[in-house]
Ligand binder design. Structure first.
Ligand code: NAD
Length: 418
């Protein structure tokens, strides 16, 4: 066993079974691991990863290790680590520093321990690793060849670093590939957010007024799945195009101020701050349930909720009741952290199969290629297309192929109205 810091190494057997189950549902990553095992394209690379430490992430870590990389891992959220999974990784020799329920100080200490291994490539989910390296651990910057970013909020932070002239090494926006956000953000967050709400509350969704804040890729997935469970879904937005999409997808779109007194369940997934603010909390019905599926726990104004309350108690795992001064009760799930990871198991393995295949192929591409300028880059199109092809074949789905005539027609301008 190498160096590690986990909650309970004795949970390793249980974690190994979870990893095996995820692996069985990740055929594309398995195929990449087979090739990596033969070609060892990451030989000599030290990879530092700050990702949700779930069973699917363990499959990614083992794929990268099969490719010859030395991987160190910490969690990218204090509540998303699966303790058995990290125990299994640690027992098998991966340097891992993560446990569920880290304090903010412990969270950043774990990031520091990953940086101590002097990563040459970084893998981030939310940009906490890259921003810590750039702000507090600049001594390792020179040795970093590049990095990848898994989520929307992380890409937004990186683009802000680039605009400020602060970014010192190239970052690849894995989030922005089709094989990531169209599936992971939409169907992954959609299904697992419902899963998190049900595991923590066990309430009936049919007939509930279910307010979704945002209509981006994650939020629309949540809205579609909540409707599928029979909820009456209301959408709130600030972007007119996204709001229009929601209207034409058949959702009721109103300002959150108006939705506040109507909702039974509220879910935010915007990447924004104080989306559910004091004025909304004041107008909510007693019994309303609040959850967040955006990256950071700032989408619901929890400090305001605390101030408005005379006390709180934990009703069941991941469900806190706040007693307000006016007698109402509001229920917050998973302390406002991403409910699908903190109260459930995160995205299903099938969808992480695509996101993490993108990650594995991007790591290989970064390591084997020339060092790039310090900018934010899109994933090369070939990688996206390759992952889509492999996923389809893993699902046993065949598609048509362009004929020579069609290929020619689609690239010429001469054939008009006939
Ligand atoms: N829970 C998860 O597992 C998971 C997975 C992927 C992404 N994320 C995170 O979820 C968040 C959303 O990601 P996305 O890919 O859907 O982003 P996106 O950019 O596609 O959508 C965000 C939407 O929120 C809207 N919005 C912003 N402020 C708002 C406000 N005050 N009220 C209503 N709407 C508002 C924007 O107009 C936009 O349409 C990000 O923080 C991302 O990192 C979480």
């Amino acid at each position: 066993m190498g160096d590690y810091e986990v909650r309970e190494i004795g949970l390793a057997d249980r974690g190994e079974l979870l990893i095996e189950w995820a692996d069985a549902h990740m055929p594309v990553l398995r195929q990449i691991r087979g090739r990596f095992g033969e070609e060892r394209p990451l030989e000599g690379a030290r990879l530092g990863a700050c990702l949700h430490a779930t069973k699917e992430t363990a499959v990614l870590v083992r794929t990268l290790e099969a490719g010859g990389a030395e991987v160190t891992l910490c969690g990218s959220n204090p509540l998303s680590t699966q303790d058995g999974v990290v125990a299994a990784l640690a027992r098998a020799g991966t340097a891992v520093y993560a446990w569920r329920g880290e304090t903010p100080e412990e969270y950043y200490r774990c990031i520091g321990r990953v940086i101590d291994h002097r990563p040459m490539i970084t893998l981030d989910d939310g940009a906490d690793l890259v921003s810590t390296i750039h702000s507090k651990r600049t001594e390792v910057l020179e040795g970093v060849k590049g990095g990848s970013e898994e989520t929307t909020t992380g890409v937004i932070r990186l683009r802000a670093m680039e605009a400020d002239g602060a970014l010192r090494y190239p970052m690849i926006a894995v989030n922005d590939t089709y094989t990531k956000y169209l599936f992971d953000n939409r169907y992954g967050t959609g299904q697992s957010t419902i899963d998190g709400i049900l595991r923590s509350t066990s309430v009936m969704l049919a007939g509930k007024a279910f307010v979704v804040c945002g209509y981006g890729w994650c939020a629309r997935g949540i809205a579609i799945r909540a409707r599928g469970m029979g909820a009456n879904v209301i959408v709130t937005e600030v972007n007119p195009l996204r709001a229009l999409e929601a209207v034409m997808d058949g959702f009721r779109v109103i300002p959150l101020r108006e939705a506040a007194p109507l909702g039974d369940i509220f879910v935010t997934s915007t990447g924004d701050i104080n989306v559910i603010d004091r004025e909304h909390l004041k107008r909510m019905r007693s019994g309303a349930i609040l959850a967040n599926a955006g990256h950071f726990n700032v989408e619901i104004n929890i400090p305001a909720l605390e101030e408005m309350s005379t006390g709180k108690r934990r009703m069941r795992p991941n469900l806190d009741e706040y007693r307000l001064r006016d007698g109402r009760r509001l229920y917050l799930l998973a302390e406002g952290r991403l409910v699908n990871l903190a109260a459930a198991e995160g995205h299903p393995s099938e969808v992480m199969d695509m996101s993490f295949s993108d990650q594995a192929l991007v790591a290989e591409w970064l390591w084997k290629g020339e060092k790039l300028e310090p900018k934010v880059y899109d994933v090369p199109e070939e990688i996206d297309a390759k992952v889509a092809r492999l996923k389809l074949s893993g699902m046993g789905v065949e598609i048509d192929v362009l004929t020579e005539e069609q290929r020619h027609y689609l690239t010429s301008w001469k054939g008009g109205t006939v």
